[in-house]
Ligand binder design. Structure first.
Ligand code: THU
Length: 135
């Protein structure tokens, strides 16, 4: 992935993080995915008074990609606040897996820029994906 694409992902994730609906945790997250056509799709966390119904930022970004016609994730960037790394939760690692390859970059950023770079394989080893359903 180019530096320009990394920058586009960061800018999109930061802009959408500001729109997060996180009245319960107070923890705003923005995510951006780069799809196969070069488009960037963004999503933020959307919480709910019935807590488990809330959505992660990654889920929103993936939904936006699919709605926009994208079918393959070339890179993902997640941007959170605070000192700790905001790596995707387990469920979102599986959501990413549906549209990504083991070597797809999963980038973790803070407000000031990139903090860590993983591959999906590092975050979700020996994963179950679409091909595993073939009999
Ligand atoms: N959250 C995300 O949106 N993405 C992550 O990768 C980690 C956690 C959200 C879920 C919840 O709204 C808030 O952050 C606190 O867990």
């Amino acid at each position: 992935m180019s530096e320009a694409d990394l920058d586009r992902l960061f800018v999109a994730a930061k802009a959408v993080q500001a729109r997060a609906y996180a009245p319960y945790s107070g923890f705003r997250v923005g995510a951006a995915v780069l799809s196969e056509d070069g488009a960037v799709h963004a999503g933020c966390n959307v919480e709910n008074a019935a807590y488990p119904v809330g959505n992660c930022a990654e889920a929103g970004a993936i939904a936006a990609m699919v709605a926009g016609g994208g079918r393959a994730i070339r890179a993902v960037l997640v941007l959170g606040e605070g000192e700790a790394l905001v790596t995707p939760c387990g469920a979102c690692r599986q959501r990413i897996r549906e549209f990504a390859e083991p070597q797809t970059p999963v980038l973790v950023a803070g407000p000031d820029g990139l903090r860590a770079r993983f591959t999906l394989e590092q975050l979700l080893p020996a994963s179950f994906g679409p091909a595993n359903l073939r009999r």
